[in-house]
Write a protein that binds this ligand. Structure first.
Ligand code: NAP
Length: 318
C-alpha cells in the first residue's frame, strides 16, 4: 500500500465529468478513508465540478493531476509525479463516443475514438503494469460497456473500440494473474452523463455527406427515437456505476466481467445461445425495424423478464 494510514492509491482517468467524476468522489468519501484518490483529467480548467462534489475530501483523500490518455508524454509525466510511482488501483475510465452512419464518418474521427478508447487504455496499462508486476500486487479496472460485448447498429466504430479493448484485456488478464495483478472490466448499459448529451449534440450538427437517403432516415427516424427510449427505460446514473466499481475493487475475488445492468443480461445471452450469430442479428433487426414503434412496450416486457436470477449475474449498485 502506497500512502500513510495504509491507504490504497487509486488513479482514475477522465474525472472532469460523468462516471469518472463520481467514482473519484465516491472513493474519496469512503467512510473508513481507505483510498488516496488521484483524480486525473486532460484539462485542469475543468476541475470545478469535481472539486465542488468532493467537498472536504479535496486536498485530503483526493488530489488532482493532469493526464491526457492520448499522449505518451502526459501519461509518463503523470505517473512519474506519483510518489514512488506506486499505484494500487488503476481505473481506466476516459472515453469518447461516436454515433452515426459509417459513410459519413472520416477515418480521422474513427482513429480519434480508437486513440482514446483503445490505445489510451493500453498506454496507461503499459505505464503502470511493470511496477504492479514487480510488487506482485495491483488491480486494473477498465470501463468497458455492453457495447464491448454486443455490437449496436450505428455505433459501429465506438463498439469496435470497446471490443478491441475487451480482447486486449481478456488476453492480458491471464498473464497478470500469474503476477497476482487483477484485471476487471465494468460493462454498463446506458448511463445518464455528458456522453449522451455530447453524442446527441454531435448528431444534430452532422450533415451525413455520402449517405443515401434511406440510411439517413433509418438513423434519424428509427434508431435515434429508439435509442432515446432505451436511455429513458434502462439508463443508470453515474452513482450506480461508481457503487458497482467500488464493490468490484473491494471484492476479495474480483470478477473479470461486471455487467452493471441486469436488463442487458438477456441481450448479451443471445450471442452465446447461438454461435452462428443469427439469433442476435435477427433479434436486433426485429427490435429496430419491426418493433421500433413498440419500443416502450418492448422495454417494459424486458424489465418484467429480468427476474432475480438474472440480477445475480450482474454487479448490483445496491
Ligand atoms: N454514458 C454511457 O452511457 C456509458 C455507457 C457505457 C460505458 N461508458 C464509458 O464510461 C466512460 C466514461 O464516460 P461518461 O459516460 O462518464 O462520459 P463523459 O461524461 O463524457 O466523461 C468522459 C471523460 O473522459 C474524458 N476524456 C476524453 N478524452 C480524454 C483523453 N484523451 N484523456 C483524458 N480524459 C479524456 C473526458 O474529459 P473532457 O471533459 O476533457 O472531454 C471526460 O472526463 C467511457 O469510457 C465510456 O465509454 C459510458
Amino acid at each position: 500500500m502506497g500512502y500513510g494510514g495504509g491507504q490504497k492509491v487509486v488513479l482514475i482517468t477522465g474525472c472532469s465529468s460523468g462516471i469518472g467524476l463520481r467514482i473519484a468522489v465516491t472513493l474519496a468519501k469512503d467512510e473508513k478513508k481507505r483510498y488516496h484518490v488521484i483524480a486525473t483529467m486532460r484539462d485542469l480548467k475543468k476541475k470545478d465540478k469535481l472539486v465542488e462534489a468532493a467537498g472536504d475530501a479535496y486536498g485530503k483523500t483526493l488530489m488532482l493531476l493532469p493526464l491526457d490518455v492520448c499522449s505518451d508524454e502526459s501519461v509518463e509525466q503523470c505517473i512519474n509525479s506519483v510518489k514512488d510511482r506506486h499505484i494500487d488501483i488503476l481505473i481506466n475510465n476516459a472515453g469518447v463516443g461516436l454515433l452515426g452512419p459509417v459513410e459519413s464518418i472520416s477515418i480521422e474521427e474513427m482513429k480519434r475514438v480508437f486513440e482514446t478508447n483503445f490505445f489510451g487504455v493500453v498506454r496507461m496499462i503499459k505505464e503502470v503494469m511493470p511496477d504492479m508486476k514487480k510488487r506482485r500486487s495491483g488491480h486494473i479496472v477498465v470501463m468497458s460497456s455492453v457495447m464491448g460485448l454486443q455490437g449496436v447498429v450505428f455505433n459501429d466504430v465506438y463498439t469496435a473500440s470497446k471490443f478491441a479493448m475487451e480482447g486486449f484485456c481478456e488476453s492480458m488478464a491471464v498473464q497478470l494473474l500469474k503476477f497476482n495483478v487483477r484485471l476487471s472490466m465494468i460493462e454498463p448499459g446506458p448511463v445518464h452523463t455528458e456522453f449522451e448529451t455530447k453524442m446527441m449534440e454531435d448528431v444534430a450538427k452532422m450533415e451525413y455527406p455520402g449517405v443515401d437517403a434511406d440510411t439517413v432516415r433509418y438513423f434519424k427516424d428509427v434508431y435515434l427515437p429508439s435509442s432515446i427510449d432505451i436511455f429513458e427505460a434502462m439508463g443508470q446514473t453515474p452513482e450506480d456505476i461508481a457503487k458497482c466499481t467500488k464493490k468490484v475493487i473491494e471484492s476479495n475475488s474480483p470478477r473479470f466481467r461486471n455487467l452493471t445492468n441486469s436488463l442487458y443480461t438477456p441481450i448479451v445471452a443471445l450471442k452465446y445461445a447461438d454461435e452462428t450469430g443469427g439469433l442476435s442479428v435477427n433479434t436486433f433487426y426485429n427490435l429496430l425495424f419491426n418493433f421500433g414503434p413498440l419500443m416502450h412496450i418492448t422495454m417494459s416486457i424486458l424489465k418484467c423478464l429480468t427476474c432475480s436470477c438474472l440480477r445475480r449475474r450482474t454487479i448490483s449498485p445496491n
